[in-house]
Ligand binder design. Structure first.
Ligand code: ATP
Length: 217
């Protein structure tokens, strides 16, 4: 697959950008793998919730639910409304960014989403400071980075876009303590600005910013 095709696929799948600004409303979503029901009749609405936490045991279907919410996979039944601008941080970026460097990914996002150059450079500088992603790492391929460094690249990519909803799969996993603290602060700042988060996490709730609703699978 050519690199351009790869980049376009990533954008279509992972940085879904709409413009109307309605909140996400999920009604009676069910999902089956073969004949097995993974989750059934899940309903929630993010309108009054800064942070929605999705919890459950390993294999309960948390990551799959996020993919349903993002339209990457189709639910077995139920309906979903969202016209928000959405950023997605997958649990692992291993399969998606082969051959890309952080520099190339960020520049692509700037062009794809028409982020004004000064604003883009300012946001990128601030985010790189917060997650201390140094210059040397910016030109390496993403697959050659450590687990935590990959996570930082995905978080920076998500926050470069001024989205309404941030969907994050295990955003804290692999991060060092300072980055965890900076990420939590950043999430709190965004929530105070009226942004919404749907997060899958195995972390204890005390570690996370204030959780407004919990979806247990
Ligand atoms: N396309 C698929 N084909 C077969 N099985 C699938 C498919 N998609 C998901 N599954 C299965 O569905 C279950 C849920 O997977 P998922 O990754 O959503 O779980 P999770 O709750 O995020 O788990 P974890 O906490 O371990 O990350 C797993 O048993 C997985 O193997």
């Amino acid at each position: 697959m050519g690199i351009l095709k790869k980049i376009i696929d990533i954008t279509i799948n992972y940085f879904n950008y709409n413009i109307k600004g309605e909140k996400m409303k999920v009604e009676n979503i069910s999902y089956r793998v073969n004949s097995r029901i993974l989750f059934d009749h899940i309903s929630f609405d993010t309108s009054n919730s800064g942070l929605t936490l999705i919890t459950g045991k390993n294999g309960a279907g948390k990551s799959t639910l996020l993919k349903v919410l993002l339209g990457i996979v189709q639910p077995y039944s139920g309906s979903l409304i969202s016209d928000e601008k959405v950023s997605y941080v997958p649990d692992s970026s291993d399969n998606y960014f082969i051959g890309l460097s952080p520099n190339l990914l960020f520049e692509f996002l700037q062009k794809q989403f028409f982020i004004e150059t000064n604003l883009f450079e300012e946001r990128l500088r601030e985010l790189r400071e917060q997650f201390y992603l140094n210059e040397k790492l910016m030109t390496q391929t993403i697959q050659s980075l450590s687990l935590g460094e990959k996570k930082k690249v995905m978080l920076i990519a998500a926050f470069l876009l001024d989205s309404d909803l941030y969907v994050m799969d295990e955003p804290l996993s692999g991060l060092d303590q300072v980055s965890v603290e900076n990420l939590i602060h950043l999430i709190e700042q965004k929530i105070n600005l009226g942004k919404h988060f749907i997060i899958v996490s195995h972390e204890r709730q005390e570690i996370l910013p204030t959780v407004d609703q919990i979806i247990s699978l």
